[in-house]
Design a protein around this ligand. Structure first.
Ligand code: 3PG
Length: 306
């Protein structure tokens, strides 16, 4: 009987968990659950006997992989797998997968929500603006950005994108593709960031790009803090008092924001982009099904550490 551990510091919704459990139990596998754990020690103990592991943003580093001596597969129920040491997992012949697209609508709805919150002056009562007629710049064009595009169109926004890998897709969907990141930032009233925390995207939102932003621009980040050059962002916010930054990820320099940029920023108290029943169900059930398919049919379709 395969042993599957769900280890989530930030638990799935109750209804999602029962659907995930059903998939695992119906396959004749054994389910173990570690939720809201307070220390890494608890995780190290729990992974010892696991053959499959489902996580969210939980850190799966060398120490965790070394402790998990029976582990064959880790599925990150979500998109970004920067929390998993994929290279070390590969060395240990542990397959790592994600569940692309499964929670993307939830994150997209939050991005639009943050844009509204920003343009409406944080619901302070101060006169704000409207999204209709304004330009939304999508920095990246993965699953989340595609959902943001769909929603923004309904709001009557002009939507443009900068993407290196999904140009054909964007063009086929009627999007204008900016020729550079600088151009995207120069044309947008709202920039929404949707690139993963790896490769050329790390610290890609730097002064070189930010300095092109339009007056009164709003930056929405539902991606990762690592894609922001935080020192540059702080220097830029200091210089450009018209710009706002709203993020689902608290930056390391949050204290600088609190001290200097009051009324021009917002950080969710905890990363909540994918924190909906629907996203939890879609991503969690997909993770469970991928595990079953891996063990039963050696299906490695969503492997990210080939
Ligand atoms: C993702 O990468 O899928 C999102 O950032 C959601 O992450 P979470 O599962 O930690 O909420």
């Amino acid at each position: 009987m395969k042993r599957v551990l769900i280890a989530t510091e930030k638990p799935f919704a109750h209804s999602a968990l029962s659907k995930i459990s059903e998939v695992i139990r119906q396959s004749g596998y054994e389910l173990h659950l570690l939720e809201k754990y307070q220390s890494k020690t608890e995780l190290l103990e729990a992974v010892k006997s696991a053959e499959a592991l489902i996580v969210r943003s939980d850190i799966v580093d060398r120490e965790v992989l070394d402790a998990a001596t029976d582990l064959k597969i880790v599925v990150r129920a979500g998109a970004g797998y920067d929390n998993v040491d994929t290279a070390y997992a590969k060395e240990k012949s542990v397959v790592v997968m994600n569940t692309p697209g499964q929670n993307s609508n939830a994150v997209a709805e939050l991005a639009i929500g943050l844009a509204i919150y920003g343009i409406r002056e944080f619901f302070s009562g101060k006169s704000g603006g409207e999204l209709r007629g304004r330009t939304l710049g999508l920095h990246g064009y993965g699953y989340v950005a595609r959902n943001v595009h769909r929603i923004a169109r309904a709001f009557g926004m002009r939507v443009i994108v900068y993407t290196r890998y999904s140009k054909a897709q964007a063009t086929s969907e009627g999007l204008e593709v900016a020729s550079s990141l600088e151009e995207l930032y120069a044309l947008s009233d709202v920039v929404s960031i949707h690139v993963p925390a790896r490769g050329e995207h790390l610290k890609s939102v730097s002064m070189d790009v930010l300095k092109h932003l339009k007056e009164n621009a709003i930056i929405v980040n539902t991606a990762r803090k690592e894609v922001i050059h935080e020192e540059d962002l702080c220097a830029f916010m200091e210089e450009r008092t018209d710009v706002k930054y709203l993020s689902d990820i608290t930056p390391d320099c949050a204290a600088v924001f609190a001290e200097k940029f009051a009324g021009r920023y917002y950080f969710t108290p905890k990363k909540i982009g994918a924190q909906t029943e629907e996203a939890n169900t879609n991503a969690g059930v997909a993770a469970a099904e991928q595990i079953v398919s891996f063990f039963e049919n050696d299906d490695r379709s969503f492997q990210v550490n080939k």
